[in-house]
Design a binder for this molecule. Structure first.
Ligand code: NAD
Length: 372
């Protein structure tokens, strides 16, 4: 759009001229206009995994300007049929888990958004990359850093982009606080608190099955506090300590964490104190403090609206459905090479996984674990 504006300014034309373009063959042949059309084409996305979050993303994409839902990958034919009707998806863009590799022969799909259980992300993301399509993968990007690194390498080798569904990186109030911190409004930042949790229901769901989840609350919701500590403080942690509490060992089996409190140290001298839990509802709070002031957000990572204030007053940025902004911004990253305020690439996803590995190690050993 920026290029379109620049071009219109250069040509000395009003926006009205835009409406006349189909009637003007000279305009249609103009080289700058051809480039412009290409730049404005949408990112054509297929969603893999038509579950609860996939449905949320699909609905949010109805309002996207740059991203368009054009395909599905699902193991359930009835869901495919329902989505075809709801989102106008042609049969030629519908796949299941056995056939989705054929997506490589489909020129009408640019990217696949992997929204399956965590333990399947690696296999699915690498499958998509090997089919030559860009990968958008839900958080956590994988179940450990080793798998995450394999995904980063596979996408690099296949020359496709790998992005992680960190929707908060595009949320307006979050970005406002990050910009204030960058601007020095809080002075030297010395403390972050991140509290992330909800009460998990059905004990038979994949989130409580180690094979599919790769862990417990930490993988699912605690990752928001990990990621938040990093983007709020603006540094990478250099050490971690962590302690686990398990009140229900039947529901939360071996490897599936119920509650973990963890602490980070940062190179600039800041510390973070965080809590991840599957046993407390409405726990969603960030607090950042520096030598000059503070920011607090509650809720801080839910679907919104996010609420918050700083020592300078309330955060007033309007709420936009997170996944709508995310998908439009990801389209700009993939199609135009736009650089986001906070990265959402595979390396970013991998950093959280390295930290999660270190948290689990700290819980197990009771020791302070260094992060390099
Ligand atoms: P869900 O259970 O509602 O959906 C998972 C989908 O994967 C289902 O359609 C299911 O049929 C499919 N699937 C494919 N193979 C499967 C298998 N072997 N076992 C189980 N399901 C299988 O889960 P969800 O809440 O949509 O979560 C999916 C992913 O999205 C997770 O990685 C989760 O962390 C992530 N998520 C992200 C956000 C966010 O705000 N960014 C929110 C919720 C979930």
């Amino acid at each position: 759009m920026k290029n379109r504006r620049i071009f219109l300014q250069k040509a000395g034309l009003s926006a009205l001229a835009l409406n006349l373009t189909p009637l003007n063959p000279l305009w249609a042949l103009n080289e700058e206009n051809i480039m412009n059309v290409a730049e404005d084409k949408p990112l054509r996305v297929a969603i893999m995994g038509l579950g609860s979050y996939g449905t949320r993303v699909a609905n949010a994409m109805k309002d996207c300007k740059r991203a368009k839902l054009v395909g599905v990958i699902s193991g359930t034919p009835s869901k495919i049929e329902a989505w075809q009707k709801e989102y106008g998806i042609p049969a030629k863009n519908c796949y299941n888990y056995e056939t989705y590799h054929q997506i490589k022969d489909n020129p009408d799909i640019d990217a696949v958004y992997v929204i399956t259980p965590n333990g399947l992300h690696k296999e699915h993301a690498i499958g998509v990359a090997n089919a030559g399509k860009h990968v958008i993968c839900e958080k956590p990007m994988a179940v450990n850093a080793k798998e995450g690194k394999e995904m980063v390498d596979a996408c690099h080798a296949a020359r496709v982009k790998l992005l992680v569904g960190y929707r908060m990186h595009f949320e307006a109030k979050t970005q406002e606080v990050i910009k204030m911190r960058m601007n020095g409004d809080f002075g030297k930042v010395l403390f972050f608190q991140g509290l992330s949790g909800f009460v998990i229901g059905d004990p038979t769901q994949w989130r409580l099955n180690y094979e599919l989840s790769g862990g417990g609350a930490m993988m699912d919701i605690g990752i928001y506090s990990i990621n938040g500590a990093r983007y709020m403080i603006g540094e990478e942690p250099i050490w971690v300590t962590a302690q686990e509490t398990k009140n229900d060992p039947v529901k939360f089996k071996e490897g599936v964490d119920e509650t973990i409190q963890f602490q980070f140290g940062f190179p600039g001298g800041a510390v973070a104190s965080c809590l991840s839990t599957y046993s407390m509802n409405n726990l969603d709070k960030f607090f950042l403090n520096g030598t000059k002031g503070f920011a607090e957000m509650q809720p801080s990572t839910g679907y919104g609206p996010i609420e918050g204030r700083t020592n300078k007053g309330p955060l007033t940025n309007p709420h936009v459905t997170h996944q709508t902004t995310q998908m439009d911004e990801m389209a700009a990253i993939i199609l135009d090479g736009k650089k986001p305020l906070v990265p959402v690439d595979g390396e970013e996803g991998l950093r959280d996984l390295v930290i999660i590995d270190a948290i689990y190690k700290a819980v197990k050993t009771g020791e302070k674990v260094g992060l390099v």
